[in-house]
Design a protein around this ligand. Structure first.
Ligand code: AMP
Ligand code: MN
Ligand code: MN
Ligand code: MN
Length: 300
């Protein structure tokens, strides 16, 4: 069925960070693209954790529904840098490129090994069947800590997901397993070999001091990274200004994204995303979005 969609804003709305049921989002790829259109998003990147499995269904939903949405093929890669888990978003990738496929296959093995250890630790602490429970919630897709958190809530171990993270899954807690992710260099290389741009996700969320955040961004820029997220939903104007300054100082392009996982009061697709002046947007050299829009990936 096709309908006429009238957008309330003349500005192109870019949301370049979002999740589906292929990782820890609650909406299927088809549901997510429909919601993006309803929210007035023009250009959406699906960036599931260490997987591109949601992209084909999202593409189909956009073309079958002739949706006025440009889909950007993306991924969010977990990396390890100086003992910190740093997320690198890849945008405009050829999802089938061998370099990307090899990296994601290795990450998947690491995820499975970690999930088994998490489950064993929880079991030892008296919480049974976490492996089965988390995998059931993941529905054969990539299992994340988010699935463990939801399972623990479902069996009444905690009231909400945030409490599970705080009391069971964060550093120093029973179910915390030090990750073995790839390096930042490996993630940047795979993204770029696959024809995409590499972007530091949510730089303000790593609990790094300003000194360490600048070190991270220096390291990322030296590794040849392309950009960093400067605009997110939950952000003070001051934070945005500081991040914009960091991007400018290092010649990094600026990206923006909601990191939408599920409906919640303060995060929504396309909401409150804008870049301050003085930065170059990551989409600077992208083909102009058309309507109905093509899928943007390096395959063209
Ligand atoms: P993983 O990649 O398996 O380590 O899972 C990380 C994901 O868990 C993040 O992308 C978030 O979606 C989610 N997460 C991490 N910390 C929290 C938290 N404190 N509360 C809720 N969700 C969280
Ligand atoms: Mn997540
Ligand atoms: Mn992330
Ligand atoms: Mn994310």
């Amino acid at each position: 069925m096709t309908g006429t969609y009238v957008k309330s804003s003349l500005l192109t709305i870019y949301d370049l960070h979002s999740h589906t049921t292929a990782s820890d989002g609650v909406f299927s790829p088809a549901e997510l693209v429909a919601r993006a259109v309803a929210m007035g998003v023009d250009v959406l990147a699906i960036t599931d954790h260490d997987t591109v499995a949601g992209l084909p269904a999202a593409r189909r939903a956009v073309s079958d529904g002739a949706l006025p949405l440009t889909l950007v093929a993306g991924v969010e890669i977990s990396t390890l840098w100086q003992n910190h888990e740093i997320h690198i978003v890849g945008l405009g990738i050829d999802a089938e490129h061998p370099a990307m496929a090899a990296l994601l296959a290795a990450q998947r093995e690491k995820r499975l090994a970690r999930a088994r250890t998490i489950a064993a630790r929880l079991e030892h602490a008296g919480i049974a069947n976490a492996w089965e429970g988390a995998n059931r919630l993941a529905e054969d897709e990539l299992v994340t800590r988010g699935h463990f958190a939801r399972y623990l809530v479902s069996i009444g171990v905690a009231d909400n997901v945030a409490k599970v993270f705080k009391n069971y899954l964060s550093q120093g807690k029973t179910g915390y397993v030090p990750p073995q992710w790839c390096t930042i260099e490996e993630a940047v290389r795979a993204v770029q070999q696959a024809g995409g741009q590499a972007v530091v996700a949510h730089p303000g969320r790593y609990r790094l001091s300003a000194k360490w955040l600048k070190r991270l961004l220096d390291h990322f820029a030296a590794a040849g990274g392309d950009g960093m997220e400067v605009s997110l939903c939950q952000q003070t104007p001051q934070e945005k200004t500081v991040l914009a300054g960091y991007a400018r100082e290092r010649g990094l392009l600026a990206s923006q994204g909601s990191d939408f996982h599920q409906p919640c009061a303060w995060i929504e697709l396309g909401r409150k995303l804008w870049l301050p002046g003085g930065v170059e947007p990551i989409w600077r050299d992208w083909p102009v979005a058309r309507d109905p829009a093509p899928v943007m990936s390096s395959e063209g």
